[in-house]
Ligand binder design. Structure first.
Ligand SMILES: Nc1ncnc2c1ncn2[C@@H]1O[C@H](COP(=O)(O)OP(=O)(O)O)[C@@H](O)[C@H]1O
Ligand SMILES: Nc1ccn([C@@H]2O[C@H](COP(=O)(O)OP(=O)(O)O)[C@@H](O)[C@H]2O)c(=O)n1
Length: 252
């Protein structure tokens, strides 16, 4: 590809001059920081884990952290519709994320939370908890400190990584896909789930996440958008790895 070209091959956009070269103060490409945002079911977790594993980077699932704090609120009898009660309790749980992409872990007060955070109850309540500003500022600080201490760099996935958590990330990706494709993927995971009901729940959560006041789900102005509707997971992974390589080459 010649300098200045900005083309899309098999649905994967290439940087060309679309992104500016890293500026002073931006983390070096040796320790690359990749932010991957997007709504539910676009492939953030699967893509981020695979890209991090291929490139020898750490991996952080920020959605798991919001799910973990939601699980703690439910387990401790906090009414998640009461924003003040959630704010008052927000600093109580100790959330620890393991960042090995081959074996990501999450604990709350030392207890393994990987299973409990995926229940339907947590999924239906997480948007209310994640909209509370006190929750967001605590979790955002935790995320920044994890990213800072990742020696070889990190892939961080979520909803506001490129816009708020790591605005100086070396590369920002925003994944999208049609609601139909996302619902089909999600109901494939939840055995026996009705695709229409899954789609409705997913669209409702997107709307709540996109419309909250503090740090809503949004594409950063300098993020590369990849529509994964008609791409296989392997193609999305290859696309993101290519974009990281292009970014590294451009920075040399
Ligand atoms: N491009 C794709 N094509 C088909 N299935 C996919 C694709 N990307 C992800 N999936 C599948 O869709 C489901 C949801 O993906 P996930 O990575 O958890 O999305 P997100 O983290 O954005 O919610 C998983 O079962 C995953 O294997
Ligand atoms: N950076 C982030 C990540 C997740 N979240 C919240 O956490 C919820 C769960 O995120 P998730 O990534 O586990 O959701 P899925 O897309 O995997 O279903 C989202 O619906 C948001 O409410 C957020 O507010 N900010």
């Amino acid at each position: 590809m010649g300098a200045g070209d900005s083309v899309t091959l098999w649905g994967c956009p290439h940087l060309g001059e679309a992104l500016s070269l890293p500026q002073e103060g931006v983390p070096t490409v040796e320790s690359v920081i990749v932010a991957i945002d997007g709504p539910s079911g676009t492939g953030k977790s699967s893509t981020s884990k695979a890209v991090a594993a291929k490139l020898g980077l750490s991996y952080l699932d920020t959605g798991a952290q919001y799910r973990a704090i939601t699980w703690w609120m439910i387990s401790n009898g906090v009414d998640v519709t009461d924003a003040e009660a959630v704010a008052n309790a927000a600093s109580k749980p100790v959330i620890v994320s393991g960042t090995d992409p081959g074996r990501p872990t999450i604990t709350v007060d030392g207890a393994d939370a990987a299973g409990p955070i995926r229940t339907e109850e947590v999924t239906s309540k997480v948007s209310a908890v994640s909209a509370v500003p006190e929750v967001r500022s605590l979790i955002t600080e935790l995320q920044r400190s994890i990213a800072r201490s990742a020696e070889h760099g990190i892939v961080v996935e979520g909803r506001d990584i490129g816009t708020t958590v790591l605005p100086d990330a070396d590369l920002k990706i925003f994944l999208t896909a049609s609601p139909e494709a996302r619902a089909a993927r999600r109901s494939g995971e939840l055995k026996g789930a009705d695709v229409q009901a899954t789609k409705e729940a997913l669209v409702k959560r997107d709307a709540a996440d996109s419309s909250r006041k503090t740090s809503p789900l949004a594409k950063a102005g300098d993020a590369v958008e990849v529509d994964t509707t008609d791409l296989t997971l392997d193609q999305v992974i290859e696309c993101v790895v290519t974009l990281v390589d292009e970014k590294r080459t451009a920075a040399k």
